[in-house]
Design a protein around this ligand. Structure first.
Ligand SMILES: [Cu+2]
Length: 177
C-alpha cells in the first residue's frame, strides 16, 4: 500500500539519521577528548554552535543526553583572540539555574564545586569537558538527543552571546566521562 510504504521509508531515514548522529558524536569525542586542539575540532560531525562575540569564539558545544533527569552538563571550547576575559554567567530557557562548575578529585573521590567565573586567558583557550569545567543545568526540562538547547553566555569583557547547543547521545561521551 503506497501510504504505508511511504511511512516506512520515512522512519528508516530517521533511524539512519540517528545512527549517523551517534557515530559522528562518538568520533568527535574520541578525536578531541584528551588531545590538543586540532583542525578536526572545528569541524565536528554533529551540528554545533560556532559563534563569535568580541574577541571570543565558541565552538564544539554539546550536551550529553542526561542519564538522570535532575542535571545536564554543557561543554564547549572558548578561544580568545584578544585580552583576558572570563565567563561570568550562563542561562537557558530549559532551566531556572545554570551553574559554573569545576570537577575536582580529592583522593579517589570526584566532586564538583561552584565557581564564580571561568577565566579565558589572553590569546588562549578554555575547553569545558567531561571531568573538567562545565556548565551544569539544574532540573532541566527533558532533553533528548537530536534536540537543541538555546543558552546565553555572559562574559566580563565581551558581553553576552546566545548559542544553540545540540543534545547528543550519552553513548557519544561515555568513554571520557
Ligand atoms: Cu557540575
Amino acid at each position: 500500500m503506497p501510504a504505508r510504504w511511504g511511512r516506512g521509508l520515512k522512519n528508516r531515514a530517521f533511524s539512519l539519521a540517528v545512527i549517523a548522529l551517534a557515530l559522528g558524536g562518538l568520533s568527535y569525542v574520541l578525536t578531541t577528548g584528551t588531545s590538543p586542539p586540532t583542525a578536526a575540532e572545528s569541524k565536528p560531525s554533529f551540528p554545533t554552535a560556532n559563534v563569535a562575540v568580541g574577541s571570543l569564539r565558541i565552538t564544539g558545544a554539546y550536551i550529553p543526553q542526561p542519564a538522570s533527569a535532575s542535571v545536564a552538563a554543557a561543554y564547549f571550547t572558548i578561544t580568545n583572540f584578544g585580552t583576558a576575559d572570563a565567563l561570568v554567567s550562563a542561562s537557558s530557557d530549559v532551566t531556572q539555574e545554570v551553574g559554573l562548575h569545576q570537577s575536582v578529585t580529592s583522593g579517589t573521590v570526584g566532586t564538583m564545586i561552584d565557581v564564580s567565573s571561568l577565566t579565558v586567558p589572553a590569546r588562549g583557550l578554555v575547553r569545558l569537558s567531561p571531568g573538567g569545567s562545565h556548565l551544569m543545568l539544574m532540573n532541566p526540562t527533558p532533553l533528548v538527543s537530536g534536540g537543541f538547547v538555546e543558552m546565553r553566555l555572559t562574559f566580563r569583557q565581551a558581553g553576552a552571546v546566545s548559542i544553540r547547543v545540540p543534545v547528543v547521545p550519552l553513548t557519544a561521551v561515555s568513554g571520557v566521562s
